[in-house]
Write a protein that binds this ligand. Structure first.
Ligand SMILES: [Zn+2]
Length: 389
């Protein structure tokens, strides 16, 4: 099983990365871009694995079975450094330590691979620290930067990288991935892939966590209960609570996995008291996780609003379909929220497309306010919910 197998729907990017890894002399700086959920980090890890793979034959690199491939995909290979902080930004100290590390020769592999998972979350001053390392890289170091789009990275960095762009994979490909990789039942995989609108990480979470599914379902149903100002205010409060609960639950899952990985990589005993130097590392991780949790509520609230938007998106599609605009014919348009079709149809029949568009604008406006200003979330959501009436 090769390291590329989970990158369905990205044939052109995979072909280029594979060719580079098998060429023996790859470009030393890469920028992988694509919308959130398109699998940028997965692609970066697969490329890294193919670079450090132990197969002697160039054409066999990225085998997916050797120790180097395995440890890279698990995030524990000593020659592959992955920095993907979900704190607000990558700090200048982290960038400096990354640059120092880039100058170490690889311990066992041919290449040292440095992956920056959120190259868009760096201040300009931090980026400048990386710039020199990317301009004049140590001979056996390869940089892989990931960002939503080339425009999110300073032009000075961008111009020194080879840029490849991933697309959001089709729903069917995401569903197939969940079935094969995570053992999800096909029907559930398809529903989750649709509901996540092809965001691979969210689709996996929806497919494997019943609580996450229930919270999303409750979010999407909120418009069905909007009748007056009182119900609107209640809906706003529910929306915030659902996003907070989802943030807490997904953080808890990830924090535990990260801690287990850290302890394993430190060779720490499974039980008992940790020796002081290890304790310091665990504490540093826990502090990172706390910082991340703060940002995470905003991210999850944005996600919940995207889910809410998908309700109106489906309503609009049904309204346009009823007018013969989509040309798809009755009941054949694809809905993001297929299980809600009957309720969506009823809702669609009771409103005009112009109204639906205005409601979508109201949701998008609050998303912008929440990510760009310091407005109190509940107040912003209440104002939005009232305008959805
Ligand atoms: Zn291998």
């Amino acid at each position: 099983m090769s390291v590329w197998v989970d990158l369905q729907g990205q044939e052109s990017v995979v072909a280029q990365l594979r060719r580079a890894a098998q060429s023996g002399a790859p470009t030393h700086a890469w920028l992988l871009t694509g919308p959130p959920g398109s699998g940028r980090s997965n692609a970066a890890l697969a490329f890294a694995a193919a670079l450090v793979c132990e197969q002697p034959e160039l054409a066999a690199r990225g085998c997916g079975v050797c120790k180097a491939c395995h440890t890279t995909m698990a995030g524990t290979n000593a020659d592959v450094t992955f920095i993907a902080t979900e704190k607000t930004t990558i700090s200048i100290d982290e960038a400096r330590s990354l640059v120092r590390k880039a100058h170490d020769s690889p311990s066992s592999a041919r290449w040292r691979v440095m992956i920056v998972g959120d190259a868009d979350r760096m201040a300009e001053r931090t980026t400048n620290v990386l710039l020199k390392a990317i301009e004049e890289p140590p001979p056996r170091t390869i940089w892989i930067l990931c960002a939503p789009s080339p425009a999110d990275v300073l032009v000075t960095i961008r111009s020194r990288c080879r840029t490849l762009t991933l697309r959001l994979p089709p729903v069917d490909d995401v569903a197939a991935l969940l079935v094969r990789r995570d053992g999800v039942e096909p029907g559930l995989a398809l529903t989750a892939a649709r509901a996540a609108q092809s965001h691979i990480g969210i689709a996996r979470r929806l497919a494997t966590d019943a609580g996450a599914r229930e919270r999303r379902d409750a979010t999407v149903r909120l418009p069905l209960n909007l009748r007056d100002v009182t119900t609107a205010v209640l809906a706003a409060a529910s929306l915030l609570e659902l996003a907070q609960a989802e943030a807490a639950s997904s953080n808890e899952e990830r924090d535990a996995v990260e801690k287990a990985k850290l302890l394993e990589s430190l060779g720490a005993p499974e039980t008992g008291t940790l020796p002081p130097p290890l304790r310091a590392q665990v504490r540093a991780l826990e502090e990172d996780q706390k910082r991340r949790a703060k940002r995470s509520v905003t991210d999850h609230l944005d996600r919940a609003l995207t889910d809410l938007l998908s309700f109106y998106r489906d309503v609009l599609v049904l309204q346009l379909d009823a007018r013969g605009v989509t040309g798809a014919g009755p009941a054949s348009v694809e809905l993001v929220n297929e299980p809600l079709r009957a309720a969506l149809q009823e809702y669609a029949a009771g409103a005009r497309p112009e109204t639906t568009l205005a409601r979508m604008d109201a949701v998008n406006a609050v998303r912008r306010r929440l990510t760009t200003t310091n407005v109190a979330p509940l107040l912003a959501l209440e104002a939005m919910a009232v305008s959805l009436l």
